[in-house]
Each structure stands twice: as C-alpha cells, then as structure tokens.
Ligand binder design. Structure first.
Ligand code: SF4
Ligand code: MSK
Length: 678
C-alpha cells in the first residue's frame, strides 16, 4: 500500500449524512417519521440517498455490461466529438444500440413482473375453476361472462335451435385454460389485442408488433439484447413495443380481469390513507407488495370474530390491517383496507414501533426492511417462493393456494402474539386523509353515465362541451432522488385546476389520497369551474383511483370505451388525453410508459429517462414513434411544465377534433336562460 493510500485508509470513517426531513418529503407524517428514525439511529432510504449518488452514465442509458469485455461506458467527451460513430463499445456497439438494448431489458423486466403476477393469478383461477381449493371461488360471474368472449369462450350454447346459458363452472374452466394459454401458446396472437380500437389494432398489425404470446416476447427481448444480436435501435424498440403490449393488453389485463372475477370488481368505497391509519391500541398488520392472493385471505381472517377475540386476549382492542404499495391498492379497492403509505414509506411503517407484522409478497420491497425490523419487534414475513430475504430475522411462510386460509391464519396469529412484544418507542404520526377509491371501467360508466343506464356518452359529452378539458392518466412510483410526493401532487393539482380529469393508479393514487384529492369535496378547492361542476353534479372526486400497477390496463380499457362512445375520434390517439409518471423508478414503469405510448398516448415522465445519452434513439421514441402508433415519449422534470405539456397536447387534440371552441362557451345567468326560453 502506498503512503498516500495508507493515510487515506487510516482516516476515521466519515459519519453518514442524514436527510433533511422537510427537503425529503412534502408529507408531514413522512417528515415526522424520518426525524423519528434519525432520533432512534435507524437508517432509511432518505439518508442513503444523501450518501450515494447515482451514476450519471448509467442514468443516461449508455453503460453496457452485456458481456465480460465491458462494462463499456460511453459518455459524451467534454467538448463533444466529431461524429456519433466515434462513441463505441469494444464490440462497436453505439450509444443508440446500447441505450435501446438497456431500454428493452427494462421493458422485459417490467413486463415479466406484471405478467408473472398475472400468471400466478391465472394459476389460482385454474385451481378455483377445478374446485381444488375452497379458499377461492368465482365471485363476479358478470365479469366472467364479460371477459369470456375475448378469450374465445362462448357463454351461450345452442340447444334445439335455442340459445341457452352455459354452466358457469364450464365457462370458468375454459376461461382458465384460455387465459393460461396466453403465456405460452405456440401459434396465433395475443387474444386481448382485439379489445383495442380497430384502427389501433390495424396499426399494430401493420407494424408487426402484435404479441404472439406473453413469455415469448420477454424471452426474445433477452435474446435480442445479448451481445452481438440485434444492433439496430429501431428494430430493438419494435420488440420493446411488442413486449410492452404483451404486458398492458396481456399479462396486466389478464391479472386485473381474473382478480376481478375471483375477488370482485371494485366499486367506489370510502377509506383513509397515510401512516396515521395505524392504531396504537390495535394489532397492526401491514401487507406490502403486489399480488393480492394471500392478502385477500388475510382480509377475511382478520374479520373473524374469534381472531378479534384472540387479539383482545393479548391486550389489543382489535386488528388493524393496512397496506403499502400495490398490495395496499388491491386491498383498498375491493375491501376499503387503508394504505399506510407509498413506496417510500415502507421503512417508516415499521419505525412507528407499532407494526406487529409486515407481510410481503413480490415487487417494490426494500431489502433494508429486514435491517429496520431488527431494530423493532416487527415480524417481517416473506410469503412468495420467488422473493425471499437473506437476513436471519426474516420469517418465510410460503403461501400455497391449497392452504391459503391456514397460511393467513398462521400469519395473523403470529402478529397477534407479537403485540405484547412491542417496545416503549411507539410513535404513530397523527396524519391521515379520507379517500373514495375503487373506480374502474364499470364504475366510471355507472357514475358518469346517464340517469337510467351506464354509458360513456355523458363523459364524452362533457369532454365535447369543454367542461372536462381532457383525461390524464397519472401513475407510478416514488423515487428517493426527488422530494417524496411533490411532483405527484403538483402535476395532479395543475391538471385538475385546468379541468383535466385524472385517472390514477399505483403510488400516485396513494399520494393523491394522502393529499385529500380523492374526495368529491376536493373538487371545490382544487378544480377549474368545468371539472368542479361535473364532480359536484355526479358526486365523484376529480382524481379517480383505478387501483394497482397491473390496473393500468383499466385505463387502457376506459380510453377504449371513450373511443367507442363516439364523438372523440376513432382511436386512442385521437382523444384529448395524456399520460404521466412524475416520480417513476421501476422497470415496470418503463413497460407501462411504453405500452401507453404504443397505444397512442402522449406520455411524459419526470426526473430523467435512460435514453438521454443517446440522442438519436431518444429522438426516435420521443418523435418518430408517433407516426407509427400515435403516441410518443416526453420528459419534463419540472412538475408544472410537465402538466402544461400534457395540457398543450390535450388542447392540440381538441383542436384536431374541432371541439376547441366549446371551451369559449358563455356561462348563462338565469335571466339569459329565461330570455332564450321565451
Ligand atoms: Fe462492451 Fe459490446 Fe460487451 Fe456491451 S456487448 S459490454 S458494448 S463489448
Ligand atoms: S407499487 S411499481 S413503487 S407505483 Fe406498484 Fe408504487 Fe411503482 Fe411499486
């Protein structure tokens, strides 16, 4: 070791920097809990973000580690270079090829996560259809009958020249088989692709991007991005399109549909949100992750009188269930279970000292949860065979649909038994907000429909007459590189202020709930006059929570219904609509963003995109793709400018539809009206 290195090694270790709670989050409960964690000496993601900065080359998408000759990093040299072709990896891969390959791998991982979730649900659906389990049954027969035709399953049978209803059990079994087949069939195309508006389906057909089966598209992404295979960024992203469509119109849509059939289609209900939903005198169980299959059983078990009694024998007043991330959203929309927070609040739920068990399944789960749980009495329970943790304080109770109720009982009893082990350091922030959640394609039709029957015509009418300026899908994660929830809330408030109705999912939905934007009353405070009038007349919030990450498929179908209702063009890209993920972090967000774009939606991401180091590829996805599918990517980190870009796009579409003048309507007084009637 040189003298210099020795001196460096002998220096006392630097103290880790701590996050400033107010700079880290706009949410008071979160600020309080970050401060609490620091007081207790428990490190959180907010502190880690202060001490480790991201790699700027990776951030721009121009680091390739697809073979052992790399990683090859291709930053633009200071002062620039003479020609783009001077930037090459060892094999000659250009920045565009590398960024496109990385982008494709993100889409593949995101699509895999959503679709594997869908596959798990389809497998349980099959068990239910075969009656191999008592825990799961067909709950929503209407939804089953609604989706069966899209999977090629007849709901009627001809007997003696007469059409008769088929047995539900028979239909369920065929739906289960047809659905599972979508992951690996040898021939044909994704059946749900035909649920898209016909012109969009034709665009996909012409471009050759209709998915063949879900798994195949993901596998092909991995093959094409292996060293020395596909080297043309346009051809690479074509496969990215096909894979993302296999996610949005495939794995995710199947997950949503089959969950609705098994657990019930969501309808609006009241609940609360934020860490304040936890109760000091109750056993608190937090479910976290994405797959609702075990949590559905936990919801049922905690409501049993004998469980509540058991909790009382341990000194608790009852059992309080809460959630984090999208398992929370799944439980919220069907049962009203309140989310205790977004992605960035998962450690904080344990730091309250009142979390008796945190039950995790798959996706978005910090490995550091185990380290935080070690500092408290919390039982951290992994439940999925594909998602274990290495730390020895983590308990693994593997979920099996054949013993689903028993698994849930074991977990709930463990949490109850743990109530007595709480330390003195309980601190639950006193902040929560009321929300109305549980919207979907069906309930929008019902709530915004006519007096006597559900329809999308009334929604379309309000868009055409300009009361509603347009529709925005604002979705996605938190990202510790930016102030928690700030961009989510600013983007959404700017949109509704300008009469744009917002459809939300994922952590954006939870963030909006925490901010009080998911109540009909919020319309009077935050909306422009047109949207306010609609919300007050119909009694809906200006921000409609549509569920979890896989439920972004509900947004695709809602947009399709708007097209079908007429008067706003023939395709999704004709609609005055835009998409947004202001604080994205997950590979799933890239897959979602890309299937929105490929379905005709102008989609703006916040923070940064991993394409900025490859300007030609970046231009291709943010300009040229629009010619193929009608949608395109955009990037804007500033939340207000971000929302304004979406509004400008909405106005452009209104103009193209010839409905831009409707916004100039004069609001008539009663005297004016009487004069007209006379
Ligand atoms: Fe470098 Fe090419 Fe290997 Fe990538 S595939 S690491 S660019 S040599
Ligand atoms: S949970 S993917 S942080 S939205 Fe679906 Fe939130 Fe993003 Fe996970």
């Amino acid at each position: 070791m040189t003298e210099e290195k020795k001196a460096e090694a002998d220096k006392p270790a630097k103290a880790l920097k701590l996050a400033d709670p107010v700079k880290a989050s706009i949410d008071i409960a979160t600020q309080e809990m970050i401060a609490r964690a620091q007081e207790l000496g428990v490190e959180t993601i907010f502190d880690r973000a202060e001490n480790m900065k991201p790699c700027s080359i990776g951030m721009q998408g121009i680091c390739c580690k697809n073979c052992a000759m790399g990683p090859c990093r291709l930053p633009l040299p200071k002062g620039g270079i003479e020609g783009e072709d001077q930037r090459k990896g060892l094999c000659g891969a250009t920045a565009n090829t590398i960024a496109a390959r990385n982008f494709l791998r993100m889409i593949a991982a995101g699509a895999a996560a959503h679709s594997d979730h869908g596959r798990s649900v389809a497998e349980i659906f099959m068990s239910a259809a075969r009656k191999e389990t008592d825990a799961y049954k067909i709950k929503d027969v209407n939804k089953l009958l609604a989706i069966a035709p899209y999977l090629g399953v007849a709901t009627k049978v001809e007997v003696d020249g007469e059409k008769k209803d088929r047995e539900v059990d028979e239909i369920a079994l065929e739906v289960a088989k047809a659905a599972l087949n979508e992951w690996g069939k040898a021939e044909g195309e994704l059946l749900y692709a035909k649920r898209a508006p016909a012109p969009l389906y034709e665009k996909w057909k012409k471009a050759g991007v209709i998915p063949r089966n879900i798994d195949r598209e993901i596998v092909e992404c991995m093959h094409r991005t292996h060293m020395g295979v596909d080297q043309d960024y346009k051809n690479l992203i074509k496969q990215g399109t096909r894979t993302s469509l296999a996610d949005g119109w495939g794995g995710s849509m199947l997950a949503t549909d089959l969950q609705d059939v098994l657990f019930g289609t969501p309808y609006p209900l009241q609940s609360e949100a934020n860490l304040g939903v936890m109760k000091e005198d109750h056993v608190n169980i937090i479910v976290h992750g994405h797959e609702p299959v075990l949590s559905e059983m936990i919801v049922a078990v905690v409501q049993r009188p004998e469980m509540v009694e058991y909790a009382k024998t341990k000194g608790a007043k009852g059992i309080q269930l809460g959630g984090i991330c999208c398992t929370a959203n799944e439980m919220l929309q069907r049962h009203g279970v309140p989310p205790a927070g977004t992605f960035l609040q998962q450690e904080l739920a344990i730091i309250t000292g009142a979390c008796d068990a945190m039950v995790v399944d798959v996706q978005c789960i910090f490995q550091n949860l185990a380290n935080v749980a070690k500092c408290f009495h919390t039982k951290l329970i992994t439940t999925h065979p594909i998602a274990k943790m290495e730390q020895d304080n983590v308990i693994h109770i593997e979920f099996d649909e054949h013993h689903a109720v028993e698994d849930a009982e074991k977990i709930v009893r463990m949490a109850i038994d743990n109530f007595q082990n709480r330390g003195a350091e309980v601190m639950i922030p006193d902040h929560k907000a009321t929300q109305i959640a549980g919207f979907g394609v069906e309930s929008i039709e019902y709530h915004l429909g006519g007096t006597f029957r559900g329809t999308y015509y009334t929604l379309n009418d309000n868009i055409i007459n300009g009361r509603i300026r347009g529709i925005a899908g604002v979705v996605g994660c938190n990202n510790a590189r930016t102030r928690h929830n700030e961009a989510h809330i600013q983007v959404v408030k700017e949109l509704i202020k300008n009469d744009v109705i917002v459809l939300t999912t994922g952590c954006n939905g939870i963030a909006c709930a925490m901010e009080g934007l998911l109540t009909p009353e919020s319309a009077a405070v935050y909306c422009g006059p047109g949207l306010k009038e609609v919300c007050e007349t119909v009694g809906i919030p200006p921000v409609l929570h549509m569920g979890s990450c896989v439920d972004n498929s509900r947004i695709l179908l809602a947009a399709t219904e708007v097209v079908k209702a007429g008067g706003l063009g023939n395709d999704i890209c004709d609609l005055p609509a835009a998409g947004s993920a202001p604080e994205w972090m997950s590979e799933k967000a890239i897959s979602i963003g890309h299937y929105f774009v490929s379905s005709g939606v102008y989609t703006v991401f916040g923070l940064h995109l991993p394409t900025s180091g490859a300007p030609v590829f970046h231009d291709y996805i943010s300009k040229e793709l629009e010619k193929l599918y009608g949608g395109k990517w955009d990037l804007e980190a500033d939340p207000i400018k971000h929302a304004q870009l979406m509004i400008a796009h909405i106005d452009k579409k209104r103009k193209a539809l010839g409905i831009d003048k409707a916004r100039d309507r004069v609001l008539m007084s009663m005297t004016d009206r009487q004069a007209l009637e006379a």
